[in-house]
Design a binder for this molecule. Structure first.
Ligand SMILES: C[S@@+](CC[C@H](N)C(=O)[O-])C[C@H]1O[C@@H](n2cnc3c(N)ncnc32)[C@H](O)[C@@H]1O
Length: 238
């Protein structure tokens, strides 16, 4: 099973420090919501965000959107061999059901995330498909490893051990029963903290230049799918 954890997601509601800014109030008004019910977004709140700490890491829900769209509803996901989690910058972990069909439209995705962060789960009624859990990141990693000594935790990061496609393929187990947990940063700038790096057994650098989070998601997803032969089993051999 491949578990992808989107780390330090740049996904949050507008914080109170900037809720009185005109651009925030106007956007909230257009949506018929309160300022603290809309997502922080650099595109709309760039000026106000200069007042925030660590502003360059925050307010990029599009990174999460592209990463989730890249991962979900893929052959691996349809085989039940992929789980996705979002680790937020406030430390909370969001569990994403492999059954979820995300809106294809970005504005509708934003609405869904606003509902998630306001109520803690979506849909509001019935079985939650995306929900904020009480787990911490260390708690999640320990749960996913499930006490299996051969479970792997891999952090994709610039500055990690340089690894080509074949190297990544060889590193991954071909037995889908072995949990493979991959952490990928879902924020625009800055580094993954040393504390977080230490939670993973190994750190890998793929391209020699910085990659978009969703490109890393795609590379890991497809190499793992090939490694455990989901591709061979599902694709026509002609
Ligand atoms: C846009 S980067 C975030 C920026 C930040 N400078 C960093 O390296 O963490 C998004 C994420 O993609 C992954 N990533 C980016 N470039 C990578 C590379 N060359 N090799 C492996 N992972 C990479 C990392 O997990 C990174 O946190």
């Amino acid at each position: 099973m491949l578990h992808v954890i989107l780390l330090d997601c740049a996904l949050e509601l507008v914080p109170s420090e900037i809720s009185s800014f005109k651009e925030v109030q106007m956007q909230a008004g257009r949506k018929g919501k309160k300022p603290n019910e809309i997502l922080l977004d650099q595109t709309h709140h760039g000026r106000a965000m200069t007042k925030l700490d660590h502003a360059d890491r925050r307010g990029r829900p599009d990174i999460v959107f592209h990463s989730l769209v890249t991962l979900l509803e893929t052959p691996l996901c349809k085989e039940g061999l992929l789980r996705v989690y979002m680790h937020l910058q406030n430390g909370r972990v969001v569990e994403v059901s492999p059954e979820v069909r995300l809106p294809r439209n970005y504005d509708r995705f934003v609405g869904l995330m606003e509902q998630l962060l306001t109520t803690g789960h979506v849909p509001v009624e019935g079985q939650p498909l995306v929900q904020v859990s009480k787990m911490s990141l260390p708690g999640l990693l320990s749960k996913l490893k499930d006490g299996q000594s051969n479970a792997m935790t891999i952090l994709a990061t610039e500055g990690g051990e340089k690894t080509g496609i074949q190297g990544l393929r060889d590193l991954l187990p071909n037995d889908s029963a072995v949990p493979v947990i991959v952490g990928i940063g879902a924020f625009p700038h800055g580094d993954i903290s040393d504390e977080m790096k230490q939670m993973f057994d190994c750190q890998l650098e793929l391209d020699r230049e910085v990659m978009m989070a969703w490109h890393v998601c795609a590379e890991v997803l497809w190499i793992y799918s090939e490694r455990i032969e989901v591709i061979r089993r599902r694709y026509s051999s002609t």
